[in-house]
Design a protein around this ligand. Structure first.
Ligand code: GLN
Length: 249
């Protein structure tokens, strides 16, 4: 029997820029190549919540897009906090990373409350941080992506970053050389680009955790053609990583 994995794309209509949809495509494709049957749920404001969710992917957005989803995000806040505590793997990029924190005060002074899954806060500044970015992580090697944000994010308490950046003026806030944040199996990051096509290790981590939670283990069932296709995709990812890393800003 084929094992299904339910993948949610969170607010794809308003929170989905700089290639974030690529993250959804990569998770679906890699799940299929590992022998799982991916089921995609696109959740926008006002939609019904599906019966089952194994993995949640959220993207970035303009300040305006963030304002559009905030009410609905609060309607789902308890649910999302509960799923995060239960260990559901989630990847939240940029705009949703900010709103998974405590708050985002935009450059124009509007304060958008966040749902507090991650103990971070964000304040918009005049200078945007834009460009390709390499960060060093303990669990996924170098993660390579593209950032574009005015919000500067600060980690509170013992919140762990996703990784460390070398350059001043990049990452969470341009100052402390951290990038992203992690709690339970939730990862928040500024990496667009899209991040999962360029970082298969990160994609496989999310898939593995989802499969382990649902089925008690990650047990790929692959033909040699599926293995070959994964290797081909990893080769393309390696080329994309090399190009992005060679053009830092
Ligand atoms: N609007 C937010 C900012 O500028 C998020 C941007 C994004 O998602 N790329 O900081």
């Amino acid at each position: 029997m084929v094992s299904t994995i339910d993948v949610m794309s969170l607010y794809p209509r308003d929170m989905n820029i700089y290639g974030d949809w690529g993250n959804v495509l990569v998770v679906l494709r890699r799940l299929a190549l590992y022998g799982y049957e991916p089921v995609l749920h696109r959740y926008n404001q006002g939609d019904d919540w599906p019966d089952h969710v194994d993995l949640i992917l959220g993207g970035g957005g303009q300040d305006n897009g963030q304002k559009l989803i905030t009410d609905d995000l609060f309607r789902r806040a308890d649910l999302l906090r509960g799923l995060a505590r239960d260990g559901v793997p989630m990847l939240m990029i940029c705009g949703l990373y900010q709103l998974f924190g405590s708050y985002f005060q935009t450059v124009d002074g509007t304060r958008l409350e966040g749902i507090g899954v991650l103990d971070v806060f964000t304040e918009g500044r005049g200078r945007r941080m834009i460009g390709n970015l390499v960060e060093h992580t303990d669990d996924f090697g170098d993660v390579i992506g593209y950032e574009n944000h005015s919000g500067q994010t600060f980690l509170r308490g013992d919140t762990a970053p996703l990784g460390q950046v070398d350059m001043d003026g990049t990452g969470n806030n341009g100052e402390d050389h951290t990038e992203g944040a992690r709690v339970h199996n939730v990862i928040g990051t500024y990496m667009h680009g899209s991040v999962l096509p360029k970082n298969p290790r990160l994609a496989d981590h999310l898939i593995r955790v989802a499969a382990e939670r649902r089925y008690g283990g990650f047990r790929p069932e692959q033909t040699s053609a599926m293995r070959a296709e994964l290797a081909r995709l990893d080769g393309i990812a390696a080329q994309a990583r090399a190009v992005a890393a060679s053009r830092p800003r």
